[in-house]
Design a protein around this ligand. Sequence first.
Ligand SMILES: C[S@@+](CC[C@H](N)C(=O)[O-])C[C@H]1O[C@@H](n2cnc3c(N)ncnc32)[C@H](O)[C@@H]1O
Length: 482
Amino acid sequence: MTNCLYYGDNLDVLGEYISDESVDLIYLDPPFNSKRNYNVLFKDTGGAESAAQVEAFSDSWHWGETSEKAYHLMTEYAPAKLVELMRGFRGFMGESDTMTYLTMMAIRLVELHRVLKENGALYLHCDPNASHYLKIILDIIFGGGGFQNEIVWYYKGAGISPKRYGRRHDIIFYYTKGVNWKFNADDVRVPYADTTKERFKHYIGNIRNGIDFGEQSLHPLGKHPDDVWEVPIIAPSAKERLGYPTQKPLELLRRIILASSNEGDIVLDPFCGCGTAIDAAQELNRQWIGIDITHLAIALIKNRLKDKYGDLPYRVIGEPVDLAGAEALAQANKHQFEWWALSLIGARPMGGKKKGADRGIDGVIYFQDDKTNKIKSILVQVKGGRQVGVAQIRDFCSVVDSNHAQMGVFITLAEPTKPMKSYAVSQGYYKPPIWDKQFPKIQIITIGDLLQNNKIERPPAYLTDKTFKQAERHKPEKQLEF
Ligand SMILES: C[S@@+](CC[C@H](N)C(=O)[O-])C[C@H]1O[C@@H](n2cnc3c(N)ncnc32)[C@H](O)[C@@H]1O
């Protein structure tokens, strides 16, 4: 079974786990430095970018040790022409953010070309800020015959500058590797325009080179698809929207997957975000591989798949599975540890440089448990240190109180002390208004407990869990929307 989510840098994961010529279709939608929020999966309840993610990624797009290493690796490993091109880019761009981005992309595109089957296809989703540079890189990697289309994804939207035309499209490059690629045009035909249908009701007098082609009919499945796709962005109120700013419409991914793969084929998304390509691949009976560098994305995809498909069999590689792994993650990266720990109890991150009353809140679970629309909260603090003490619980309780939260959960890697446990118990209980049950107001749970699948006590999800927006349940017979 291929279905697998990998946590990690896709360059490492590809090198370690994905063998040569093993993938039928690759879709990638990498972050771009001109849009910092491309890496950000969440907006806070007020609509601001999640501070934790901005902080975690804010250095990603400046030239530094990582880019220098990637550049060096590329010069050793990439085809000579690409090395020459990248040297040229560096000559005129210097060590700019764009050069950082292109270096990151070039080395990964070489790897993606390696894992693609001879009859496979790659779709690179980017925006017009960098597409022209990326196209030259792709032309070199895929060779002369590889370029098939520059697909323009056109969408309507608000927000214009009075100084230029509205920017209303993304670019998706479609490249193939060998000469026998799949292209299932019939699966992605689009409706004919009404005027065309009207014209074809009559004899259209199609005479070319003196030959009368007589009556011509329209294809029963619709028009051959063009390279300009008008697909609406996901409306803020759409059921499909899970709340992540970079989420792409399922319809876009369905189109790509239907056109360039068959049932059972392997689809790879190395920047899988909240998992749109994974979801579409699952829906269309393809096998899938997703890679993302944040535990947050992996947690979101797990939720998305569970909500839509129930208990699907798949593997997750790269998450801690024992205390040693959790400790290693806590040491290596505070944010990733926090996001992973929060995902174990279904909380979403708050994070970042918190001020005032927010200090000490790492995550939150929202819920509603009465007939009013009041959204209630369970605040979460995560501690990855080797020692914890009662002062930390005291501080956390006052944060819970000052934020008027209903409950608080303290997740700790270290074992809590007796005074910590007694202080937590002394905080009493939360009683939902319409349910005859009570929950400890402050709970301490260890990473060890969570790894053994122990759960926190909380009002159940059926009283409407507002933490993550839920994916709509999959109905296999549902008609495609284009
Ligand atoms: C633009 S988002 C992808 C959105 C996705 N297409 C969707 O519909 O949800 C880019 C994703 O790439 C991930 N990412 C960035 N650098 C990465 C890397 N080196 N390896 C793996 N994933 C990475 C980010 O964490 C982010 O989730």
